[in-house]
Design a protein around this ligand. Structure first.
Ligand code: BGC
Length: 271
């Protein structure tokens, strides 16, 4: 199939976890517009994922809502099996599902720690492992993509920036970063590309209190040199590029989509 830059994911099958809202939803929607059949993973309420799937189908695309708690091994296995049954192959996997359970360190419960590590890090491990197994089994199809498979791990600027009051979250994202790089190193010779995206402050539910009021937004913008809070589509654009053959020589890297948040803006003055 000749590469069509207006539909860079034409003919590919992509599974996005945590796709019922926020960044995951934007990635699934934009992937579908770029020509991919998409699996829209949700954890409990099927409503928003079903709605999105219908919208995609109305626009002529292919979509499948798939339920799974990504921190559970059997759920992840079943999710991928369901996806494969519907679409026959798997080319792109985006372990994106993530949660926050914030607390001052001394008050953080083991439950809060385990819940965040479970979804953000173990969930990405389970999803990526299932993907690698199937990529290896099905092999490359040059009519679909140059790579045997692509994994795009959605991390955070907090894979780099320490975050007081959010130690569980930052630990999960730091772990996610080295999981991504180590895996990229391990499977590059099989033609599998593994990359990360590190979003900064993006307008979604997870950080609503940080941008919802003008006061909160002004405070947040002190940390964003580019001067605006990001939108989910800012992240989705990067995901399309990392999933497409346009980035075929890129593996083991992280794209920061953060308006400069990771540039240590506190150092604009002083230092
Ligand atoms: C967090 C958000 C936060 C952003 C920038 C994200 O990973 O989920 O709550 O606003 O990082 O600090």
């Amino acid at each position: 199939m000749p590469f069509d830059p207006s539909r860079p994911l034409q003919g590919q099958k992509a599974l996005v976890t945590g796709a019922a809202s926020g960044i995951g939803a934007a990635i699934a929607r934009r992937f579908a517009q770029a020509g991919a059949a998409v699996g829209i993973n949700y954890r409990s309420d099927p409503g928003p994922a079903e709605e999105m799937a219908q919208e995609i189908r109305r626009e002529g695309g292919e979509a499948l809502p798939v339920k799974a708690d990504v921190s559970k091994e059997t759920d992840v296995r079943d999710m991928v099996a369901e996806f494969l049954e519907a679409f026959g192959r798997i080319d792109i996997v985006v372990p994106n599902a993530g949660i926050q359970k914030d607390a001052p360190f001394a008050d953080m419960t083991l439950e809060q720690w385990e819940a965040v590590i479970g979804v953000n890090l173990t969930g990405q491990f389970l999803t990526a492992r299932e993907a690698v197994r199937h990529f290896l089994k099905q092999g490359a199809d040059p009519n679909v993509s140059r790579a045997t498979g692509k994994i795009i791990v959605v991390s955070s600027v907090h894979q780099l920036i320490p975050w007081a009051g959010h130690v569980n979250y930052a630990a999960s994202k730091g772990g996610s970063m080295l999981m991504m790089k180590s895996l990229a190193q391990e499977v590059a010779d099989k033609g599998i590309r593994v990359n990360g995206i590190a979003p900064g402050a993006i307008k979604t539910n997870i950080n609503r209190q940080a941008w919802e009021t003008p006061d909160a937004e002004q405070k947040l913008l002190k940390l964003v040199p580019y001067g605006r809070v990001g939108e989910p589509d800012d992240v989705a654009e990067a995901a399309i590029w990392l999933a497409s053959d346009a980035s075929d020589y890129v593996t083991g890297t992280t794209l920061f989509i953060d308006g400069g948040m990771s540039l240590f803006p506190g150092f604009r003055e002083g230092g």
